[in-house]
Design a binder for this molecule. Structure first.
Ligand SMILES: NC(=O)c1ccc[n+]([C@@H]2O[C@H](COP(=O)([O-])OP(=O)(O)OC[C@H]3O[C@@H](n4cnc5c(N)ncnc54)[C@H](OP(=O)(O)O)[C@@H]3O)[C@@H](O)[C@H]2O)c1
Length: 233
């Protein structure tokens, strides 16, 4: 049977491209979106790949929504388990200025980019197969070693926290052979990345899937970019 993958934030951008490419190579996909009824691109794909794509609601920042997904997922998977979980959903609140930082923006960023993905893995871990992969989509803007300016601090701080969650999860899930990695997709043409970004979603996701395909257990806990290069934490 083809592998079952789950992608969060799959209604647009990189998440949608993950779903497209996973389906095109024959896999079965659970795609989550905050508002499935409005996820027109995903719903069109459901028609193109009958029985292989299921769209379920998830607001990753919301505990009740995560619990509901964990309850509904077994109905979709049946006896099967997830071989790949892509924690792709993320938020970047742009326009933050020093002296005007707001706790609401910091909190929403941390909930969406760090706390939500970590607790989602915890909630779904019984539904992951031994040896599965968890891919946390990170960013170069999370790197403490290379950050060189004051910009989008809530995003950078929350993604740096997500990086530590990746490392913590890699230890927690080691006994089951589950690999957990932080992946940098590059600067990509999406709503978040904007039109000047040099990389297309198709190029980025092709590269990220190549990286994921090549992972060994020794790679768990690493930070890797879409071209396979190690990133500095
Ligand atoms: N594009 C880049 O250059 C770039 C670079 C580095 C890292 N990344 C990372 O790549 C991932 C995908 O980004 P993207 O460029 O595709 O961004 P995007 O086009 O803005 O899409 C973001 C996705 O995340 C979803 N999302 C936001 N908050 C959510 C929540 N609370 N619960 C569930 N879903 C939520 C959005 O859903 P709605 O449609 O409902 O808002 C949307 O599906 C993110 O983690 C981002 O940080 C992107």
């Amino acid at each position: 049977m083809p592998r079952h993958s789950l992608v969060t934030g799959a209604n647009r951008g990189l998440g949608l491209e993950f779903v497209r490419q996973l389906l095109a190579r024959g896999e079965r996909v659970v795609a989550t979106a905050r508002h499935p009824g409005k996820a027109s691109a995903l719903n069109q794909l459901t028609g193109e790949y009958p029985g292989r794509l299921h769209v379920l609601p998830l607001d990753v920042a919301n505990a009740k929504s995560r619990d509901e997904l964990a309850r509904e997922l077994p109905l979709v998977l049946g006896e099967d388990r997830l071989g790949l979980l892509v924690n792709n959903a993320g938020v970047l609140h742009s326009g933050e200025r020093w002296g005007h930082l707001q706790d609401g923006i910091l909190e929403d960023s941390l909930r969406t980019n760090a706390i939500g993905p970590l607790l989602l893995v915890q909630a779904l871990v019984p539904l992951l197969e031994d040896g599965a992969t968890v891919a946390n989509i990170s960013t170069m803007m999370s790197s403490l070693a290379t950050r060189g300016e004051f910009r989008s601090p809530s995003y950078s701080i929350s993604k740096a926290a997500q990086n530590m969650a990746t490392v913590q999860l890699s230890f927690a899930l080691q006994p089951r052979g589950i690999k957990v990695v932080a992946l940098c997709p590059g600067w990509v043409q999406t709503d978040m990345g904007g039109g000047s970004a040099p990389v297309t979603p198709s190029q980025s996701v092709t590269g990220l899937l190549r990286v994921l395909d090549g992972l060994t257990p020794a790679d768990s806990g690493r930070f890797i970019d879409w071209q396979g290069a190690s990133m500095a934490w």
